[in-house]
Design a protein. Structure first.
Length: 460
């Protein structure tokens, strides 16, 4: 009070007004700078989340196409080194693997049967070991070690990539020998058409998908937007059996315009509440940090955890597992979801995904875990399962819940799910192996008629 009375004459209306104006200007500049920085960080985090999502989709799409070599290898094993009616079998398989340019088998590493034959005459009798020490090369081949080479210009003409799986058979004395390769040839960028990278431009991002040519060691662009990459480029590596691919994404727009900064500054001056704006800043920054964490770990459409959080939780479950409990990884893929999008539109499709997500959340227990890992793909982790005798009943309940009729905006929708399950320790010890085996088992369920669940075989 003494201080106020002493300086009351000095702190007149004019001087106070000037002081408030100066303080508002100073704090206005600081707040604008903070908001601009936070918005830039949020934009970068969103670009990072989008880049990781699309990179995962590319990995899944390519891995799905490469799985065709496993199917051919099974046929080779079953027929003890021959594939009867190869042409008929390959014609049946090719439509199942979008972007597959050709399927072939190469006994002793020599391309002998290839489908379709007409457009691939140039690679008929191609020797993978040409110009190399055949004996030494075969000695270095590891059984089950799928080799993926690309991108490079195919002998047939277009840019592409090749996946080849070494196949080993047993002799009568029980020793194993190298039989040859099962091979899938992919045309790029057709093989990743389902990923729809061009949607990135519609969302305000430029992109470039590239890989290192395994022969020239030079970078080759597989697909890119017309708009060039700008500042703050996010680069995400893509894991494809040793092939060096990467997806780069950057924003097409500047995070904050000058007009927006001026508008915020004027609002701060008009409000003239220093304490209020300091509080607003703290709350805004705190909320933005939470949004950054949410963007990195959760699917924006369904609010379910994404693949990154799934990997973290699955490792936690395995680490904290009781000796008597079981962990079961369930890979789900909706049957006919593409038809729903085509028939009712993507907005109805998105609403259906939200409804299915809610149903699945209500079906599992609180210590279980659910994640959306792709467009219409989910992963459920059954944790702390006390007995495998319960498993069939639980999986049937999940399939039955998804099959229940759904009504969205007066549209009656019937959909089902194919589910594959893998059990920790029985089918694998690592999260990546459990997810892969569950995914393969899900495709077996889908090929067997859909709307069902399969549990992986113990020798998977």
């Amino acid at each position: 009070m003494v201080f106020v009375k002493k300086y009351a004459k000095v702190l007149n209306k004019r001087n106070i007004s000037i002081l408030v104006f100066v303080l508002c200007c100073i704090f206005g500049v600081l707040i604008c700078s903070k908001i601009k920085h936070a918005e830039t960080e949020a934009r970068i985090a969103h670009a990072n989340q989008i880049a990781n999502t699309y990179a995962s989709s590319i990995e899944e799409t390519i891995h799905h196409s490469l799985s065709s070599t496993n199917t051919l290898a099974v046929m080779v094993h079953q027929n003890k080194g021959t594939v009867a009616n190869f042409s008929k079998l390959a014609k049946y398989m090719l439509p199942m693997y979008n972007g597959a340019y050709a399927l072939s088998i190469a006994p002793d590493g020599i391309m002998q049967q290839i489908e379709p034959p007409l457009q691939n005459k140039g690679v008929e009798n191609h020797d993978f070991f040409e110009g190399k020490d055949r004996v030494k090369e075969i000695q270095n081949i590891k059984e089950g070690d799928l080799q993926f080479l690309g991108p490079f210009k195919l002998i047939q003409g277009p840019q592409g990539a090749v996946g080849r799986l070494p196949v080993f058979l047993k002799k009568e004395d029980g020793t194993r020998y190298f039989w040859g390769y099962t091979v899938v040839t992919l045309q790029l960028p057709n093989a990743i058409e389902d990923v729809q990278l061009n949607n990135l431009v519609q969302n305000g991002y430029a992109y470039e998908l590239s890989g290192i040519n395994p022969f020239t060691k030079q970078k080759e662009v597989i697909d890119a937007s017309k708009e060039p990459l700008t500042e703050n480029v996010i680069s995400v590596p893509i894991q494809l059996h040793g092939a060096d691919w990467s997806l780069k994404v950057s924003s097409l727009h500047m995070p904050t315009s000058l007009l927006k900064i001026v508008s915020i500054f004027l609002v701060i001056i008009l409000v003239a509440g220093l304490v209020t704006w300091l509080t607003y800043l703290v709350l805004t920054m705190s909320k933005q940090r939470e949004q950054l964490n949410s963007i990195a770990m959760f699917d924006p459409l369904t609010n379910l955890p994404n693949r990154r959080l799934l990997n973290i939780k699955l490792e936690d479950f395995i680490r904290d597992k009781d000796a008597s409990d079981y962990i079961v990884v369930c890979y789900l893929d909706l049957d006919g979801f593409k038809y729903v999008n085509d028939a009712f539109g993507h907005e109805i499709g998105d609403e259906l995904l939200k409804v299915i997500s809610k149903k699945l959340l209500e079906t599992i227990k609180k210590h279980d875990f659910i994640s959306r890992v792709g467009g219409d793909e989910f992963v459920i982790v059954l944790n702390q399962l006390q007995s495998l005798e319960q498993l069939d009943k639980i999986l049937k309940r999940i399939v039955d819940v998804v099959r229940e009729q759904v009504v969205i905006s007066d549209n009656v929708i019937n959909i089902s799910v194919s589910l594959g399950a893998a059990i920790y320790k029985i089918h694998g010890d690592e999260p990546e192996n459990l997810l892969r085996i569950a995914d393969q088992t899900m495709y077996q369920a889908k090929k067997s008629g859909k709307n069902r669940f399969y549990i992986a075989q113990e020798n998977a």
